[in-house]
Design a protein around this ligand. Structure first.
Ligand code: EPZ
Length: 419
């Protein structure tokens, strides 16, 4: 088990650079398999989700070179191979191998994906979409097999604008003859980044980033290149850390257009920040105005920032609320923030109230999932004394060089391997 140990109460000052987006790269890497020879992916974050996917690509006989954030993948000798649970279960996004291998070979056999423990994470929309493109699906225990004689373009109406289903079906539809429309598509910025890569590889896709995406399939894939967009959730996490402990903390390389819902919340709180192009400088305030925040689909407030935000809302002068509408179990951080002296009530499965202002105390806590862990890191940075965060591997799945980055802005933080 990995442990992050933080001696908190020290102001965060200086400069921190944002990495490439986890939720883009986890699709861009599987998509590389579509190219006949070589692809290059730039600005690839060195996180454990990246290395898990690269292991899967190696199993499929790709040759990989990953240096200085640039990933070169030689796909000339790819073999469509069964992906075992020891690999697929390491992360949720292994499901993008389904759409990719279905598009390329019309055949996929793999174990089901894993991912953060944040409640039920169905993939019915992915599977229904594959079926309507012409695939037959058989499942046995934890294995899934997708097969199609022909994939044929169709109209797909998503019940909810699922990020994963939109991406997976967009990929699969590039391998179908004819036209596919995806209605009620997700509009997250990662979708456009991924569509750009598919287009760069030869696909004919329009409408990514809107609620209707059109794919003219039967793509003749060629080699290509893409740059991963900045991680808006990492950006938001460090901005929020700055709202709690920043002293002229500058966050470099954000895309402010992708963070408007966070800025709206920060403005309502009365946060002290200045935007300068793609950089943001923030200095903490002792207290903030309380806010009521509801997570929703992009461009609304992201579920992935609700947990980090809740640590900062302890500084509000009065009661703030967070209502979670995407995942059924995203409150794993609450008992630990309370252990650290936050005053938070769980009003229902979806809603918490945070009564402030309170001050964090150092304790031993545990990261139940990636963003719960991020919220505990923020709280620990503010708590004088030493806070120990167990199960820190969850955090390392999604934040590149978090220890080095936070050390670089003055934090006393280390990661330890324990029995
Ligand atoms: C992506 O998950 C992200 N993960 C999540 O980030 C993020 O929380 C989520 O989008 C929402 O923004 C990756 O990109 C790898 P969804 P995804 O399909 O695609 C329901 C993080 O911390 N649904 O958009 O799996 C589902 O239950 C992670 O970085 C179905 O009902 O999420 C949920 O309520 C955690 N059937 C809603 O849709 C399906 O087939 C949105 O899920 C698929 C989803």
């Amino acid at each position: 088990m990995k442990q992050i140990v933080i001696e908190g109460g020290i102001p965060l000052t200086g400069e921190i650079q944002i990495s490439g987006a986890k939720n883009s790269v986890v699709a861009l890497i599987p998509i590389a398999l579509l190219s006949p020879h070589n692809v290059t992916i730039n600005n690839v974050p060195d996180i454990s989700d990246t290395s898990s996917l690269l292991e899967m690509l190696k199993l499929l006989n790709c040759h990989i070179n990953y240096e200085n954030e640039t990933l070169s993948i030689d796909t000339s000798n790819v073999k469509n191979t069964f992906i075992p649970g020891t690999l697929s279960k390491r992360l949720r996004a292994s499901y993008y191998l389904m759409g990719t291998l279905l598009a390329k070979y019309h055949y996929v056999e793999m174990c089901i994906p894993g991912g953060c423990n944040i409640g039920l994470r169905p993939i019915d929309l992915h599977l229904d979409g594959f079926k309507s493109l012409g695939a037959t699906i058989t499942t046995t225990e934890d294995k899934i097999c997708l097969k199609a004689d022909n994939l044929i373009g169709t109209d797909i109406h998503l019940r909810v604008p699922s990020v994963g289903a939109t991406i997976n079906l967009m990929i699969a539809a590039t391998g179908a003859t004819g036209t596919t429309h995806i209605y009620n598509a997700a509009k997250e910025p990662e979708i456009s980044n991924i569509a750009d890569f598919l287009i760069n590889l030869g696909a004919n896709i329009t409408g990514a980033g809107t609620d209707t995406i059109t794919i003219n399939g039967a793509t003749n894939y060629h080699d290509g290149e893409i740059t991963v967009i900045p991680d808006r959730i990492e950006s938001g996490t460090y901005i929020l850390a700055g709202a709690l402990m920043g002293e002229n903390l500058t966050i470099f390389g954000i895309n402010p257009d992708n963070l408007t819902s966070l800025f709206e919340v920060l403005n309502n709180m009365g946060a002290n920040y200045q935007l300068n192009g793609n950089n943001l400088t923030i200095t903490k305030k002792d207290t903030y105005h309380p806010v009521n925040v509801t997570t929703t689909y992009y461009p609304g407030f992201p579920t992935d920032l609700a947990q980090p935000l809740s640590a900062v809302l302890t500084k509000c002068n009065g009661t703030s609320t967070i209502t979670e509408t995407i995942w059924e179990n995203r409150l794993g951080h609450v008992p630990y923030l309370v252990k650290m002296h936050a005053n938070i009530s769980i009003d229902s499965k979806e809603k918490i109230s945070i009564y402030g202002p309170t001050t964090f105390l150092n304790k031993e806590v545990e990261a139940s999932d990636l963003r719960a862990g991020a919220s505990l890191v923020i709280a620990a940075l503010a708590a004088p004394g030493i806070t120990t965060i167990n199960a820190a591997e969850h955090i390392l799945r999604g934040y590149e060089n978090i220890v080095e980055k936070l050390s670089g802005i003055g934090a006393k933080i280390e990661v330890k391997e324990i029995e």
